[in-house]
Design a binder for this molecule. Structure first.
Ligand code: CTP
Ligand code: CA
Length: 229
């Protein structure tokens, strides 16, 4: 068990993490998805396990290997990810790192959709998916002590992150710039801002593994402080 830099550990804690994209079926051969490698979520799961936590990782489809010692639930849709997350409660910390599809096909065709002769356009009706982070962060007996979300943005990063913090009721939002020119998406490095009710901390660029260790260290400290309070 690796204590964090501050000497805190996550022994005895349950950490719930969502990771990867979701796939929302349109018909048996097509789906709507987000771009997500799952690297950050899986790095968080590894870091939490290394700090002694019991870890439940709820992952959409990724190419990443299973993590020994981490209980992993593999899901495809946002609805299944939400069910798995609620089923894994209670947890001390919930971290929503998944890139959940905001929309799913309003109706799912049972047979492969075929083009009509001469058809040049198609409209697809979409329905809003449940918000897993907002659901976990909602007040209630089963709310995890610390609920953390991510905000991948391409402009006005901090403003968007602060808006998500209050709209979703999360304790912290980890905001990062995913504009195409940063090369962050799908890569191994990240540069984030930790946004909470007490302000904004700019963290230097680091690997996704280092960021995971730093964030879990902060979570361990926060849990300890909350318990003493
Ligand atoms: N999230 C979630 N369930 C959803 C959508 C988002 O749990 N249906 C979580 C993500 O895992 C992330 C945070 O909410 O931790 C922010 O996701 P993001 O897509 O940036 O926020 P949205 O509210 O979907 O806003 P946007 O319109 O910018 O996509
Ligand atoms: Ca979204």
């Amino acid at each position: 068990v690796l204590p964090s830099a501050q000497g805190t550990s996550l022994v005895g804690r349950h950490v719930l993490i969502t990771s990867g994209p979701t796939y929302e079926p349109i018909d048996p051969v097509r789906y709507i998805a987000n771009r997500s490698s799952g690297k950050q979520g899986h790095a968080l799961a590894r870091a939490a396990k290394d700090m002694g936590a019991r870890v439940t990782l709820i992952s959409g489809p990724t190419h990443l290997p299973d993590i020994p010692g981490v209980t992993t639930a593999k899901v495809e849709t946002a609805a299944d990810m939400l069910d798995a997350a609620l089923g894994a409660l209670p947890a001390d910390v919930a971290i929503c790192a998944a890139a959940v599809a905001d929309w799913r096909a309003a109706t799912q065709a049972m047979e492969k959709l075929k083009k009509e002769e001469g058809q040049t356009a198609l409209s697809l009706a979409l329905a809003r998916n449940p918000d897993i982070l907002a659901t976990l962060a909602a007040p209630g007996a089963r709310r995890p002590t610390l609920v953390i979300g991510f905000a991948a943005e391409t402009e006005t990063i901090i403003t968007h992150a602060q808006e998500k913090l209050s709209r979703k009721g999360a304790d912290w939002i980890v905001a990062n710039d995913v504009s195409p020119d940063t090369g962050i998406m799908g890569g191994d490095r990240t540069e984030v801002h930790l946004v909470s009710a007490s302000g904004v901390e700019d963290w230097p660029a680091m690997s996704k593994d280092e960021m995971a260790v730093k964030l879990l260290g902060r979570a361990a400290e926060a849990l300890q402080t909350m318990q003493l309070a």
